[in-house]
Design a protein around this ligand. Sequence first.
Ligand code: ADP
Ligand code: MG
Length: 291
Amino acid sequence: ATPMSVMVGVGKAAEYGALIRQGEALQTAGKLDLVILDKTGTITRGQPTVTHRHALAGSDDELLALAAGLERHSEHPLAQAIVQAADNTGQRFAEVTDFEALNGKGVAGRYQGQTLRLGNRRWLEQQGLDLSTLADAERDISNDAGTPLFLTLADQPLGVIGVADAIKDDSAAAIRRLHDAGIQVMMVTGDVESTAAAIARSAGVDQYRAGVLPEDKARIVEEMRSKGHRVAMVGDGINDAPALAAADVGFAIGTGTDVAIESAAVTLMRGSLHGVADTIAISRATVRNIH
Ligand code: ADP
Ligand code: MG
C-alpha cells in the first residue's frame, strides 16, 4: 500500500470514529477472519445495575451496605452498580479495611475483625465455602442474564446480589455486518457460563468462552492465531490490555480504560462495534485500490 492511500484510508476511518494509531493496522484489518469481543463494556453497555438481592439473614439493605463497604474501593463496573444501589437505600456503608481486588474473582476486606468477600462462585468455592443455600436465588439471577455475586463473612454465606448489564442497541447489528463480511465472531468473558450464554445468544456471536481469567484472554488470542486465524481483539478494560496487544489488530472502546486504549492500534470513539466493521471495509477498499 502506498503511504498516500494509507493516509486516505486512515482519514476515512477517522470520519467513522475509528482512530487508527498505526497505519499498519489499516492494512491488516482487511485480512481479519476472526473478531474476539470482550463482553462487559464492549458488547454490553458497561453500566450494570443491581436487579436482585437475596439475604439469607438480615435485610436486603444490610446486604447491600456490606457489599458497598467493599465495592466503594473498587473501580470495576460491577462495583459502581453496587455502590449506586446501596446509596439509594440511604444506609451507611460498612467500614471495611485491608481492601483487596482479585482480578476475575471478586473483592475482599476485613469487617469487624473478620474476612468479608464478594465475588463469583468459582472463587468462593475455591476458598472452601458452601453456597448451596443460595442456589435458587442464583438461578433466578442467571435466568435474567444477570451476574450473581455472593457475599460471605467469616466463611459463611450472607446472600447473593444480581447485577445485569444491557446489550448496546447496535451490537447485534454490527455483529451481523461482520458475519456478512465473512468474519467469525467469538465472545470472551470472565463472567459465568449462564450469563455468558444469554448474552452470546442475544448478540448473535458464533461462539463464546466463559469464566476466562484476565491473563487467559491473551492466551486465547494467541491460540487462535496459532491456528492460522487473523485475529482482532475488541475490549475496554485493564484486563483486556494484554489481549489487545497480542491481536493482529486491537480495537479499544473509546470510553474504556487508558491502558486498553494504549494497548490497541485502533480506538473506537463512538464505542460502537460498527467501528470494527467500518475499519475492515475501509481497509479492504484501500488495499483493493492499491493493486
Ligand atoms: P469481564 O471479562 O466480563 O469484563 P472481569 O474479568 O472483570 O469480567 O470479571 C470477571 C468476574 O469476576 C465477574 O463477573 C465477577 O464475578 C468477578 N469480579 C471481578 N471484579 C469484581 C468486583 N469488583 N466485585 C465483584 N465481583 C467481581
Ligand atoms: Mg470489559
